[in-house]
Design a protein around this ligand. Structure first.
Ligand SMILES: CC(C)(COP(=O)(O)OP(=O)(O)OC[C@H]1O[C@@H](n2cnc3c(N)ncnc32)[C@H](O)[C@@H]1OP(=O)(O)O)[C@@H](O)C(=O)NCCC(=O)NCCS
Length: 175
C-alpha cells in the first residue's frame, strides 16, 4: 500500500491486495445470501442451505472470491444430477449462482471464479461447462459469449425463461 498526493491535493491510497478463490464455508451463508441485496434474502438463504447440504454429498461445489477476508463474489458448480437435456450427452459441470458485489465488478473477478470452477470440473472428469442465463440478462449473456460460451438449449416453462450456453472446459493455465 502507498499513500500518494492526488492532483487535487487530497491523498490517494493505492492498494495491491489479491482476490483469491476459495471454497465456500457454512459460515459464509449470511454474506452469500446478502450478495443480491436485501430483497428475497430469506428464500436465498433457504436455497443456499440446500446447496451446502449437496456440497457435503459432493453433488456440487461452492466457490467464493475473497478480498481481504471478505466474500465479494460467489459461484456454484453442480457436478452431478444434472438434467439430461442440459447435459445433452456430454460430461457437463453446471455453473450457476454467479454474482459479484457491484463495487467489485469489471475487475475480472467473475472470470477468476469461472476459471477456478473450470479447473475443478476438469479434475472431476467433466469436459464441458454449461450455464443457464435468464433470457433478459443480456449483459451476462454477452459476457459468457465473450468467454466462448455458445447457446445450445432454451426453456420457457416452469424452470424459467432460460438460455443455456456451454463451452469446453478452459485449457489449464501454464504454471
Ligand atoms: C455478471 C457478473 C457476475 C460479472 O462479474 P464481473 O466480475 O464484473 O465480471 P468480469 O470482471 O470477469 O467481466 C467483466 C465483463 O462483464 C461484462 N459486463 C459486466 N458488467 C457489465 C455491464 N454493466 N454492462 C456491460 N457489460 C458488463 C463486460 O463484458 C465486462 O468486460 P469489460 O469490463 O472488459 O467490458 C456481475 O456483473 C454480476 O454479479 N451481475 C449480477 C448477477 C448476474 O447477472 N449474474 C449472472 C447470472 S447468470
Amino acid at each position: 500500500m502507498t499513500i500518494d498526493l492526488a492532483p487535487d491535493g487530497t491523498r490517494q491510497v493505492k492498494i495491491d491486495v489479491p482476490v483469491t478463490m476459495r471454497s465456500a464455508r457454512q459460515k459464509d451463508l449470511g454474506v452469500l445470501s446478502k450478495m443480491w441485496g436485501p430483497v428475497g434474502m430469506a428464500e436465498r438463504t433457504r436455497v443456499l442451505r440446500r446447496y451446502f447440504k449437496e456440497y457435503d454429498k459432493n453433488i456440487q461445489r461452492g466457490l467464493v472470491a475473497d478480498f481481504n477476508g471478505n466474500a465479494i463474489g460467489q459461484l456454484w458448480l453442480r457436478l452431478s444430477f444434472i438434467e439430461p437435456a442440459i447435459e445433452d450427452g456430454l460430461a457437463v459441470a453446471y455453473v450457476h449462482t454467479l454474482v459479484v458485489l457491484p463495487e467489485f465488478r469489471r475487475l475480472g473477478v467473475a472470470e477468476g471464479l469461472i476459471r477456478t470452477a473450470s479447473k475443478i470440473a476438469a479434475d472431476r472428469g467433466r469436459t464441458h461447462l454449461a450455464i443457464g442465463v435468464d433470457r433478459p440478462n443480456e449483459a451476462a449473456r454477452r459476457l459468457y459469449a465473450k468467454w466462448g460460451f455458445e447457446r445450445y438449449y432454451e426453456t420457457f416453462d416452469l424452470r424459467g425463461d432460460l438460455v443455456f450456453m456451454r463451452r469446453a472446459v478452459f485449457e489449464s493455465d501454464p504454471r
